[in-house]
Design a protein around this ligand. Structure first.
Ligand code: ZN
Length: 212
């Protein structure tokens, strides 16, 4: 259990301390072995988990996500047949359609949240991993990782997927609808990104980036 005695903590350097994100309790940072995790003794919040070989796993996941990115956005999510005419819809054609129909503001928001920001997040993660792997440009790596934390709040693939599912349910009664391979790639991209975020422990990334 982490040491929380304030008299003992006052003598420690800042790097040796950790504060709970939930209840702000200040503690001594305990070194963790592979697979171990530390929790706040007051509220039980998980402070840190030590992942083993996280860099290799993250490399594989970030490359998988980048490979899925193009089919997820440019292959058909659904095929619609209405009044004898068949159309294939992709994420990109959805953005384009919004723009053409006079909703330029919405088109820009969808473009940013479903295409541009998820791609920038993946590229930031890839460059941070490359900086760690080859021990180069650590300062740039720190800047990129800080930017990645800001971008996280703006990438909304899950909201976009929810929108796709709602439109499928609404359209299924008025048109002949079949799902496309793009939807499978989109779901796989979303799951890969969630797995990647869970596999890339922030405290280990910062420690590795600041370890000269
Ligand atoms: Zn706590």
């Amino acid at each position: 259990m982490p040491n929380t005695n304030l008299n003992n903590l006052a003598a420690l350097p800042l790097e040796a301390l950790v504060a709970c994100h939930e209840c702000d309790l200040l503690m001594r940072r305990e070194p963790l072995e592979a697979g171990e995790k530390s929790c706040c003794p007051r509220c039980g919040f998980e402070l840190a988990v030590h992942h083993h070989q996280w860099q290799r796993r993250c490399f594989a996941l970030v490359l998988t996500a980048l490979l899925l990115y193009i089919p997820a956005n440019f292959l058909p999510i659904m095929h619609l047949t209405l009044l004898g005419q068949t159309r294939s819809e992709t994420v990109w054609s959805g953005v384009f359609g919004l723009f053409e129909s006079g909703m330029q503001g919405v088109a820009v928001v969808v473009l940013l949240s479903s295409m541009a920001i998820p791609l920038l997040k993946l590229l930031s993660q890839l460059l941070v991993l490359l900086s760690l792997r080859f021990k180069v440009a650590r300062r740039a790596g720190m800047l990129l990782y800080r930017s990645y934390h800001h971008l996280r709040e703006w990438g909304m693939l899950e909201v976009y997927l929810f929108g796709i599912l709602v439109s499928i349910v609404k359209l299924i009664d008025i048109a002949d609808l079949s799902l496309g391979v793009g939807l499978a790639c989109f779901v796989a991209l979303l799951l890969t990104q969630i797995w990647l975020e869970m596999s890339m422990p922030a405290h280990q990334v910062w420690e590795a980036l600041s370890d000269e």
